[in-house]
Design a protein around this ligand. Sequence first.
Ligand code: ATP
Ligand code: MG
Length: 178
Amino acid sequence: MRVFFAVRLSEEIQDRLCSVLHRLRPCCAKGRFTPRENLHVTLVFLGETAPERLPETRAAMEAVSAEPFSLHIGGMGCFRRSGGDLYWAGVERSAPLCRLYDSLCGELQKRGFPTDDRPYRPHLTLVRQAVLAEGCDRGAFVVPAMRMKVEKFSLMKSEQAGGRRLYTEIGAKNLERA
Ligand code: ATP
Ligand code: MG
């Protein structure tokens, strides 16, 4: 089972990002646009995980100690990929977001799950395998600043269903003030 931890988005932020996606469409000759319900900020991608290990992933999630915080979204960036670029909305690498990330990684490592060595680069994927339409300048892409109160994070199952990527929340942990 393919699983990852993520911060899910409020309806309001989903709406606002959908407007951004709508404006991006005519700028892309090709691209896989993230469906509204799939918009998220990945914390940790565990990948293929034996179902027997799910209780340990849940235990790691439960053990996380982090406070509610404000997620700051804004600006757009791009990861260059051979099959077409990936465009993302920026997510501020704020101290409380990093504390949540570090706590989660620590709890996963204690239970023997490998985590990424690379520095955490929080982002919100908008379009994958994007090829810009002629005459479009990626400098024109704008994501207005938005903020959202994060009060929980989620354990997500990821599967391919009917040619689409389907995410299902299979666990959640509320963030609590110390
Ligand atoms: P698809 O792979 O079909 O394009 P997807 O990337 O949305 O769809 P997953 O591959 O299951 O679905 O990934 C779930 C989330 O984890 C996505 O946000 C993805 O960017 C992130 N992710 C996937 N692989 C990694 C990885 N190796 N390291 C960090 N994050 C990853
Ligand atoms: Mg993927």
